[in-house]
Design a protein around this ligand. Structure first.
Ligand SMILES: *Cc1c(COP(=O)(O)O)cnc(C)c1O
Length: 405
């Protein structure tokens, strides 16, 4: 191992030893609350939160205490056995999602694995129907989830992809055309807000219409709530703001605040599709991950953090509107897309990083923030200061980009 503390040789180490899949921005060593520090002691305000994962921030006492206690008690047993932690989590997820008695929970290790499980659910429901996703979607990088992620740069090197899928534009018109077309549809898989597409919400009324049409045509409505779920939007799940009940949701990212865990939650008849031998996962639902998720959910409830998510989200969006280069904001709760007046998001991200602020640029003209649910006035003020500085710097380097189109 080389000495990474005193120089930038870690960049060389990363290039030589890690799979070549893209650059890494800093060598981070430690975190506390909404801040992280790199090995040189530089401090960053983390408003990306590990891509909407660190819902309680870094090194939260509840997280630390739960991991330590459960690791010292029981961390893994395989799915030949149940554990109290796993049963408690399944019951909590059913209750939060409002599945009633008939709901079922499958515990996995990531969002992608939860989505692979959802794809198998759709196949069990109707082996001959199409699984339909939306243009701009992101459902994961494994081969099944990739087939539902219609982005040429992600898909093209890996053709042929899983058959029996197609994608449509994210509009109500395209949805109606799909179901009017007479093709057999097994399932419609959608994100309530497309995170990787730049925090793009579905059109108003989309989920209600999707529920009507899938029900009429006997297709499953599966919501990928990997990014939007577990409180990120100010509701436990984004669908709960839309007055609909899906057939299944997939979860991961914030569910255990940084401990790897994914889940598929089914509603009603969709709960009867899997049967013994059709699916499983060695690590999925282990007592360590489950205990952390239980503690995270309890902490969100005890501190009324969903209310804080809504309040701080509104505060951040109000503060961002009117800053240089900002066209508008979109999203819900603490999943916020900031649309710029010009395709300068990569530059803004870099300028923010130089000033000690972590955000990301999912598209050329959008900045995404997904900070911890625990942020308060101090973090909001620090963000607006650093982000405003970054925008001003990029704006003055591009003097003709001020006018929204
Ligand atoms: C991040 C994400 C995934 C993939 O989850 P992983 O945990 O990276 O496998 C799937 N769907 C959505 C909507 C996501 O945001």
């Amino acid at each position: 191992m080389s000495d990474v503390q005193n120089n930038d040789s870690w960049q060389d180490d990363a290039s030589r030893d890690l799979m070549s899949l893209g650059g890494r921005l800093a060598l981070l060593e430690r975190g506390e609350g909404s801040h992280v520090w790199d090995v040189d002691g530089n401090r960053y305000l983390d408003f990306l939160g590990g891509i909407a994962v660190n819902s309680l921030g870094h090194a939260h006492p509840v997280f630390v205490e739960t991991v330590s206690r459960q690791a010292a008690t029981l961390s893994h047993v395989s799915n030949y056995f149940a554990t109290p932690q796993q049963l408690e989590l399944a019951a909590r997820l059913k209750q939060l999602a409002g599945t009633g008695e008939s709901g079922r929970v499958f515990l996995a290790n990531s969002g992608t694995e939860a989505n692979e499980t959802a794809i198998k659910l759709a196949r069990l429901h109707d082996a001959d129907g199409l699984i339909v996703s939306l243009d701009g979607a992101f459902h994961g990088r494994s081969t099944g989830a990739l087939a539902l992620t219609p982005k040429p740069a992600y898909q093209d090197p890996f053709r042929p992809l899983m058959p029996g899928v197609k994608s449509i534009a994210p509009t109500i018109e395209a949805l109606e055309q799909l179901f009017a077309g007479g093709e057999r549809i097994a399932a419609l898989v959608v994100e309530p807000i497309q995170g990787e597409a730049g925090v793009l919400p579905l059109p108003d009324g989309y989920l209600a219409r999707a529920r009507e049409l899938t029900t009429t045509h006997g297709a499953l409505l599966i919501l990928d709530e990997v990014q939007t779920g577990m409180g990120r939007t100010g509701h436990w799940f984004a669908f709960q703001a839309e007055g609909i009940v899906p057939d299944a949701i997939t979860l991961a990212k914030g569910i255990a605040a940084g401990f790897p865990l994914g889940a598929l939650v089914t509603f009603g008849a969709a709960s009867e599709l899997f049967y013994p031998g059709t699916h499983n996962s060695t690590f999925g639902g282990n007592p360590l991950a489950s205990a952390v998720a239980n503690a995270v959910i309890q902490e969100i409830q005890d501190r009324d953090l969903l209310a804080n998510v809504t309040t701080r989200g509104a505060q951040l969006r109000a503060g961002v509107e009117g800053l240089p280069l900002v066209a508008d904001t979109r999203g819900a709760g603490l999943l916020i897309g900031i649309r710029l007046t010009a395709p300068l998001a990569a530059e803004v991200r870099a300028a923010a990083h130089e000033r000690g602020l972590i955000v990301n640029a999912p598209t050329a003209d959008a900045i995404r923030i997904a900070p911890a649910y625990t942020i308060g006035n101090a973090e909001v003020a620090e963000f607006l200061d650093l982000f405003g500085q970054a925008l001003a710097a990029v704006s003055s380097a591009h003097p003709n980009q001020e006018t929204p189109e």
